[in-house]
Design a protein around this ligand. Structure first.
Ligand code: ADP
Length: 269
């Protein structure tokens, strides 16, 4: 067993002894196949403590989105059990305690106005009109999109749509946030606003991302998925500083760990 594997094992044992009551998510022996794509996830064991913020990284097609859809009950496991906040996840049950922000906000935003979109989940929770208004106002403020409330979501920029999608999920007041590629297609300023927002939210968060710098900045713990299996679960810094291991899983070192490029081969004339 390599040193990394030994540390990985130690972290897993420490987490396995965590009392169930302090777990936000508990996944045991999870396996999943699509009808035309077998073994997408294999033997996934995962325990997430309340308040943890975890990066979920891995090459395209390794199973990150599928894992998120299983965690929130959109998909049903082929085998194994998923529990959220001490209760098993039942397929198609609406669980406002867990919110999924889709990779593509166009998959999530469909109402005629930003306000209606953010109000959609609270309306489905049977809340009073006052409570709905309060929640929508607070979510729009938190994500800094109050000025967009009357606009149609499909007219917004990518970064604006992303923030509205997050507002829609926050309006449910979830305890757990699953974010699928939250920084994809954002310009540097929108990405920075997003990082500040996620950092300020006192929620359990799982962040699937190819943006390893974002994971490094926001997440103490990172999980690496490779061909449907968890191949690393431990400190973010430890995996991000291991270029060899990253390469093995088709990942590249975060830019902040790359050597600065400051020398030109040929000086300009
Ligand atoms: P990631 O989010 O890491 O890119 P996904 O969870 O989207 O990975 O996909 C994992 C695997 O499952 C891929 O091989 C993908 O082709 C396959 N897959 C994803 N969605 C479907 C689907 N609806 N039907 C069949 N196969 C799928």
């Amino acid at each position: 067993m390599t040193l990394t594997e030994q540390r990985f094992e130690r972290d897993r044992i420490a987490l396995a002894s965590e009392p169930e009551s302090q777990l936000a998510i508990a996944v045991n022996s999870l396996n999943f196949s699509y009808p035309d794509c077998p073994h997408v996830l294999q033997n996934i064991d995962l325990q997430v403590k309340v308040g943890e913020r975890i990066g979920v990284v891995g090459a395209n097609g390794c199973g990150k989105t599928t894992l998120f859809m299983l965690l929130c009950g959109i998909l049903r496991p082929t085998m194994g059990v998923v529990s959220v906040l001490g209760r098993p996840v039942l397929p198609e049950e609406f669980r406002p305690d867990m919110g999924l922000v889709f990779q593509n906000p166009d998959d999530q935003l469909f109402s005629a106005s930003v306000w209606d979109d953010v109000a959609f989940a609270p309306c489905n929770m049977g809340l009073s009109p006052d409570e709905i208004e309060q929640r929508v106002t607070a979510a729009l403020a938190l994500t800094e999109v109050q000025a967009l409330a009357a606009r149609p979501p499909h007219h917004l920029s990518g970064g604006e749509k992303k923030r509205v999608a997050i507002a829609g999920v926050l309006a449910m007041r979830p305890q757990i946030l699953l974010l699928d590629e939250p920084s994809a297609q954002l310009d540097p300023r929108s990405r920075r606003q997003l990082i500040r927002l996620l950092d300020s939210l006192p929620l359990t968060q799982l962040i699937a991302t190819h943006d390893l710098d974002l994971a490094l900045e926001l997440c103490d713990r990172t999980i690496v998925l490779n061909q449907g299996q968890i191949v690393y679960d431990g400190q973010t810094e430890r995996i991000m500083s291991n270029a060899e291991l990253l390469e093995q899983y088709a990942l590249e070192s975060p830019l902040s760990y790359s050597r600065p490029y400051c020398q030109l081969d040929h000086a300009p004339n």
